[in-house]
Design a protein around this ligand. Structure first.
Ligand SMILES: *[C@@H]1O[C@H](CO)[C@@H](O)[C@H](O)[C@H]1NC(C)=O
Ligand SMILES: *[C@@H]1O[C@H](CO)[C@@H](O)[C@H](O)[C@H]1NC(C)=O
Ligand SMILES: *[C@@H]1O[C@H](CO)[C@@H](O)[C@H](O)[C@H]1NC(C)=O
Ligand SMILES: *[C@@H]1O[C@H](CO)[C@@H](O)[C@H](O)[C@H]1NC(C)=O
Length: 683
């Protein structure tokens, strides 16, 4: 109401300044049943005064529009006036760092987006409209990487014109006053302010973000566009959000919009709080665990940051006492720089959450090496990590990627490994266009290699070593296509890197034993669980969690189990094998995969038993017990109104998502005890 009066006053006093309707509004929090908002879908005003566009229920959509249309074009002119808006969002994922799908600021001809779909359509489009030009403008804040719309990653902001395929997009970040760019994670539950400004003269659109109240000087996105063909004379402004199989609660805490100048920035402390997550029934253990581990994580990060600040290592190539024990393994920085052509892009083999890997050739040696350079961001625990690396340096097995040495320079860690000319197993199993399809014999040899490496880590050395991150991406192939296990010890390091990004999580999601979530206790049996997922991956040629698959095929273990029970097990075997495989071996691998993937650690075999099965020293197991999902009767009541997913499927998904909440707990506890990976190493 006040806004209307304001607009009238402006109309009365300013008509001589501009012939167009001047409009602006400001919300610091929202009232229930506000006449200024048109809401649809599941959108409601939460008790704290925030707009909750969606809850963290699967596959829902929500919209909130300002109730009056905004006049964007002066009468008789086909020119879009400048506009400016600032608003504050928060996305609270259902499970830590695992949410979806995102929200968007939208400008549309109508506030009635009937028939629009959830998931990647963000509640804006229905699929049939997806390629028809129905005019809309959106700035999307997207937390899932959709192949359909060629998303760049699972944490991006993009400008969408008449299509959800962004015209321009970039990973989410913000600029500090001194122009330093910092990463920002939408899915973190953090309160984030966004500014969108359109300059009518320059025909330029600028998007800025910050977790603070002040507007940054630099734009995250700057895009030259004439919006006159996109906008009608009058359009509605608002927000749209949706969830998919992964869900977040999407909130708008405040919103300024201005056609007559720059929208004021919102002062974050004056805005409503982000409501606490509303849990649908049951699983209090999980909530407790997660929030407990979150606060632990925050404390741990603070402690680590303070400690790190105190003993920042300034000198180059510093040699420490413990390093002298392992003198031969230490390389000089200059040597490695030379070997990799100054860490040149040409030598880059790959990069991941932990840093970059370069190919190199050491002076006076004919052999190639791989040099892993651990990035600046993951600097916590470098020293502890190094002391572990130095002990791992003594491991020797033909199916391990040999660590040849290391080097340290300031906060950079460089690890030197045997070079593996054939890359990692995942590229062959589910790369976009694998160069080579591995034959069954090759696959079986790789599996046996990995199994014997794990047996060695678990039992063959003076200490028990738990790898913690067995997965196809960590199995490398040497010149003879032998499987070699790599990356031990690194798992922990990049877990501690401050990045809780979904990319890494989804990679590991599906390999985590369920008991990890309960006790956080690492045992050799947790590696066996991950190895089970690997066995099924190799036989089926797919990932443990395929977010693009049909709901009933989402979780590989369930899918394989259901086919196993119905007797059509051949259906799960990788179609790329063209039916050319030794049936007994394939069946054994699938049986073992199911056995190792059992939720209860007691049922899983030891690596020694696995190796004996694979070497055919034991007949393959007769009976395979059901994977036995946790809390089978802890059913969730699912009422998302879409009817797209039934409660049973949802539960399975929730169960596997629940497994995921494990690493937060384990990684938190292991910030305090950096020896988490090597279980019985006496420290
Ligand atoms: C999608 O939207 C268009 C335009 O509103 C409508 O004509 C069409 O029927 C919708 N399709 C579906 C499948 O709902
Ligand atoms: C949408 O795209 C599909 C495939 O590109 C095409 O076959 C179809 O005709 C398009 N629909 C419209 C209405 O343009
Ligand atoms: C910018 O400021 C941040 C914190 O205020 C600081 O950490 C960073 O080093 C600064 N960067 C530059 C280039 O001055
Ligand atoms: C809109 O811009 C005018 C002129 O800069 C300013 O005085 C006013 O406070 C702004 N209103 C809002 C809601 O940002």
């Amino acid at each position: 109401m006040e806004t209307l009066v304001f607009v009238w006053l402006l109309l009365i006093f300013l008509p001589h300044l501009t012939s167009s309707l001047t409009q602006e509004f400001s919300f610091t929090g929202f009232k229930k049943a506000s006449p200024n908002l048109i809401m649809s879908g599941v959108t409601e005003i939460a008790n704290t005064g925030a707009i909750r566009l969606t809850t963290d229920t699967s596959r829902v959509i929500g919209h909130a529009f300002y109730s009056l249309p905004i006049r964007f074009k002066p009468p008789g002119q086909n020119r879009v006036l400048s506009f400016s808006t600032s608003f504050v969002i928060a996305m609270v994922p259902e499970y830590v760092a695992l949410g979806g799908h995102g929200l968007a600021f939208i400008i549309t001809p109508t506030p009635n987006l009937q028939g629009s779909l959830s998931s990647q359509y963000l509640g804006i489009l229905n699929s049939s409209r997806a390629n028809v030009s129905s005019n809309f403008f959106a700035v999307e804040f997207d937390t899932v990487k959709d192949l359909e719309f060629e998303d760049i990653n699972d944490n991006h902001v993009g400008i969408d014109i008449n299509s959800l395929e962004s015209s321009i997009s970039t990973p989410v970040a913000y600029f500090l006053p001194n122009s330093t760019k910092k990463e920002l994670f939408l899915d973190s539950g953090r309160v984030i302010q966004a500014w969108i400004d359109y300059d009518s003269n320059k025909k330029r659109l600028d998007v800025k973000l910050s977790p603070l109240s002040e507007k940054p000087k630099l734009s995250l996105l700057s895009y030259n566009i004439d919006l006159s063909s996109v906008f009608g004379d009058e359009m509605y402004v608002g927000f749209s959000a949706s969830t998919g199989l992964l869900a977040s609660s999407h909130y708008i805490l405040g919103w300024n919009f201005n056609m007559s100048g720059e929208a004021m920035s919102l002062s974050l402390p004056s805005l409503p709080r982000v409501p606490r997550p509303v849990k649908k029934k049951k699983s209090p253990g999980l909530i407790l665990g997660v929030s407990f581990s979150c606060s632990l994580l925050i404390i741990a990060v603070l402690v680590a940051a303070v400690m790190f600040g105190i003993k920042k290592v300034k000198d180059e190539d510093r040699v420490e006492e413990w390093e002298l024990d392992y003198g031969p393994h230490r390389f000089s920085y200059r040597e490695l720089k030379k070997a990799t052509n100054g860490f040149g892009d040409k030598e880059l083999l790959g990069s991941g959450g932990f840093g970059k890997v370069y190919k190199g050739k050491l002076p006076d040696s004919e052999e190639f090496v791989a040099v892993k350079r651990i990035s600046h961001e993951s600097k916590q625990g470098v020293r502890e990590f190094m002391s572990e690396v130095s002990s791992i340096g003594h491991l020797r097995h033909r199916n391990l990627v040999q660590l040849l040495g290391w080097c340290r320079r300031r906060q950079d860690l460089l690890l030197v490994y045997d070079f593996m000319p054939n890359g990692s197993l995942d590229m062959y199993l589910f790369g976009e266009n694998p160069k080579v399809i591995l034959t069954w014999d090759q696959r079986f040899k790789i599996i046996k290699g990995v199994a014997s490496a794990l047996l060695y880590l678990h039992e063959g050395w003076e200490q028990t070593v738990i790898h913690r991150d067995i997965k196809a991406a960590n199995v490398l192939l040497d010149g003879d296509m032998n499987g070699r296990v790599g990356d031990f010890g690194l798992a922990k390091l990049y877990e501690h890197g401050s990045n809780p990004g979904v990319t890494r999580v989804v990679g590991t999601f599906g390999y985590l034993a369920p008991e990890l979530t309960k006790s956080g206790k690492l045992t050799t049996s947790t590696d066996v669980y991950a190895f089970g997922a690997l066995l099924l991956e190799v036989a089926c040629g797919r990932r443990p969690i395929e977010t693009n698959a049909l709901p009933e095929e989402l979780v590989m273990v369930d899918w394989v189990w259901s086919r196993w029970q119905s007797g059509d097990i051949r259906e799960v075997v990788d179609w790329r094998l063209n039916g050319e495989y030794d049936e007994d071996e394939v069946v054994m691998v699938i049986k073992l995969g199911l056995l190792c993937s059992n939720n209860s650690p007691e049922v899983r075999p030891t690596m020694r038993q696995v190796v004996m099965y694979l070497e055919k020293q034991f007949p393959s197991p007769e009976v395979v017990p059901a994977p036995d999902f946790l809390d089978a009767n802890d059913s969730m009541c699912l009422d998302d109104g879409s009817g797209n997913i039934n409660a049973g499927e949802f539960e399975d998904f929730v169960d596997s998502a629940r497994f995921y909440s494990g690493p937060n707990q384990t990684s938190t506890s292991s910030i305090f005890s950096f020896g988490g990976k090597t279980k019985t190493d006496g420290r």
